[in-house]
Each structure stands twice: as structure tokens, then as C-alpha cells.
Design a protein around this ligand. Structure first.
Ligand code: 13P
Ligand code: SF4
Length: 296
């Protein structure tokens, strides 16, 4: 299957991008693995004709926003993101009517139609930087309330937030972390900003998925508790073979990030199945918000 995919990638002049949460066998055949920010930048720079995205729907949409001339494939249309589904353009428009005029900073984990109504996008790797780049004193952040509260704690600006969350990160509790800490007292606790504020309070560092890989490599510690989706254990262990990694909770598995199989990838490439194309009336305004972030 791997050989078939490699041949198809060449034949179609395609690039395979995989998020850090994808199953190991998918990460192993990818041209690039990374966090949301790295994948957005890579998708904006590639000269391939086809981008095959192994991730979830909003990631393929972002690739389509940045590369309208390319064919973007998501091998499974049922790979969504429950947090992205917690916001709609109509609901955002209604919320903005209740507030004084202010910019909207939208997490990339959102539908393209919501990005189209936003001032600028952000990822978990750059949320504070993005908010601080704006001249306004008040900002609405959507859809992740945990990322918004983390940002609020690290900026002088007033942050209004949307009541969305990632069900996978939001389920991690301080008790879960304390249990793993008791079993591994020397381990450093790394948390993703999608976790709840009371969990982030316990963290030694708060970073994106690729931020965790870099932090573990640069740290003098040898043991780490990984406070994010379980898929990260594969690339972080691979990049740091001499170090030990423990999941903060066995329950942190995102089913949407696990649906794509090698067979799906091969079928999608062979028959150009699973095309994701953002319509121009949404793409053009969404591009402004995504490009503003990338330029920053
Ligand atoms: P990052 O890879 O940007 O840290 O995102 C985490 C995530 O939940 C993506 O769905
Ligand atoms: Fe969405 Fe959370 Fe899954 Fe990421 S881990 S795709 S934010 S549900």
C-alpha cells in the first residue's frame, strides 16, 4: 500500500501533508508532518498540483483557501472537528451585534465561512502574538474558550470569548494530571492551550503540538507528561528516542483524527476522490484573515 501511494503521489504531482495527531502509518508516508501553523504555511508554498491532506476538514479547507488553483483532497469526508462545528457564520454575526465594534480573531479550527467573517486567524502556536499585533484594546476570540482564556492571561487586552471547546482536550482534569505526576514525579508536564485553565495552571510549558516536540528536544529533562491528543506520542518519541513520554490521560484520543487509513489515501489519490473546494465568495474574505496571520 505504501509503495502504491508513493507511486500515485509522483504520478499526480501530489504532496501529502499530515497533522501530528494522524496514525503512525500515515505520518510515516507524509511529505510533511506538523502542527496547524506549519501545515498552513507548507500548503501555501508547495508547487504540487495536488495537496492530499491527512487531517480534518477545516485543515483541507485552509489549504483550498490558500491554493485555489490546486486540487485539495481529504481522503475521508467524515473527518471533521467537533470544535469547528460549534460555530456558524450566523451565530457569529449575532454575537457581534451584541458587542461594541471589535476585531475577531478566529482559531484555524473553524469553518471557512467563519474565517470569512474574521479579522485575522490564529493557531495554538501564535494566538498571543496575533492578538497583540492588533491595535484594538478589545478582541473577540472564537471558537475555543480555553485558547481565548489562555491568551487573556498573556495579554493586556480584554478578550471576549466564544463558548466552544475541543472535547478531547477539555476532558483532561487536574486530577488526571496529578495521578500521572505521582507515578512520574520527575516528568515535565507539557499542556496544549486547548486544555482547561485549571489544567494549564499545572503545566511547566504551554505550547502547540510541534512546540511540544521542540520543547522536549531542547529540555534537559528525560521524562515528559504529554497533555494533548495521543497521536503526538508517535512523532515526539521518534524525535526524542532517548526520552520517555507518558500520556496525561488515556482518554485523549480524537476519533476524527483516526479515520483516515492507507487504503483511503490510495483510493483518494487514484480516483481524485474527496475534493475540498471553498467557493470564491467565501474563499476571498477568508484568505485575507489567513494571509494576515501567515504574514505576521
Ligand atoms: P496544533 O497542531 O496547532 O497544536 O493543533 C491542535 C489541534 O487540536 C488540531 O486539531
Ligand atoms: Fe478538533 Fe480537538 Fe480533534 Fe483537534 S483534537 S480535530 S480540535 S476535536
Amino acid at each position: 500500500m505504501t509503495n502504491k501511494i508513493k507511486l500515485l503521489l509522483k504520478e499526480k504531482n501530489a504532496v501529502l501533508l499530515a497533522h501530528n495527531y494522524q496514525p503512525p502509518e500515515i505520518q510515516e508516508i507524509a511529505d510533511l508532518c506538523g502542527d496547524s501553523l506549519e501545515l498552513s504555511i507548507k500548503a501555501s508554498k508547495t508547487d504540487a498540483d495536488v495537496i492530499l491532506f491527512c487531517g480534518v476538514h477545516f485543515m483541507a479547507e485552509t489549504a483550498s483557501i490558500l491554493s485555489p488553483e490546486k486540487t485539495v483532497l481529504l481522503p475521508r469526508q467524515d473527518a471533521g472537528c467537533p470544535m469547528a462545528d460549534m460555530i456558524t457564520p450566523d451565530a457569529l454575526t449575532a454575537k457581534l451585534k451584541e458587542l461594541p465594534p471589535m476585531p475577531v480573531v478566529t482559531y484555524v479550527n473553524s469553518p471557512a465561512s467563519v474565517k470569512a467573517l474574521s479579522t485575522i486567524c490564529c493557531t495554538s502556536a501564535n494566538a498571543v502574538k496575533v492578538v497583540n499585533s492588533l491595535p484594538d484594546d478589545e478582541v473577540l476570540m472564537a471558537p475555543d474558550r480555553n485558547l481565548a482564556q489562555y491568551t487573556a492571561a498573556n495579554t493586556a487586552k480584554k478578550i471576549h470569548f466564544w463558548e466552544g471547546y475541543c472535547p478531547i482536550h477539555d476532558r483532561l482534569t487536574p486530577e488526571d494530571v496529578q495521578k500521572v505526576r505521582q507515578a512520574h514525579p520527575d516528568a515535565v508536564f507539557m499542556a496544549h492551550p486547548e486544555c482547561r485553565p485549571e489544567v494549564l495552571e499545572l503545566a511547566d510549558t504551554i505550547v502547540s503540538t510541534s512546540g511540544m516536540i521542540r520543547y522536549a528536544a531542547e529540555s534537559e529533562s528525560n521524562e515528559f507528561i504529554v497533555g494533548t491528543e495521543a497521536g503526538l506520542l508517535h512523532p515526539i518519541q521518534k524525535a526524542n528516542p532517548g526520552k520517555k513520554f507518558f500520556p496525561a490521560s488515556a482518554a485523549m484520543i480524537c476519533p476524527d483524527m483516526k479515520v483516515i487509513t492507507l487504503e483511503d489515501v490510495a483510493r483518494s489519490l487514484e480516483f481524485m476522490e474527496g475534493v475540498v473546494k471553498v467557493p470564491e465568495d467565501i474563499r476571498v474574505p477568508a484568505l485575507k484573515a489567513v494571509e494576515r496571520m501567515i504574514n505576521l
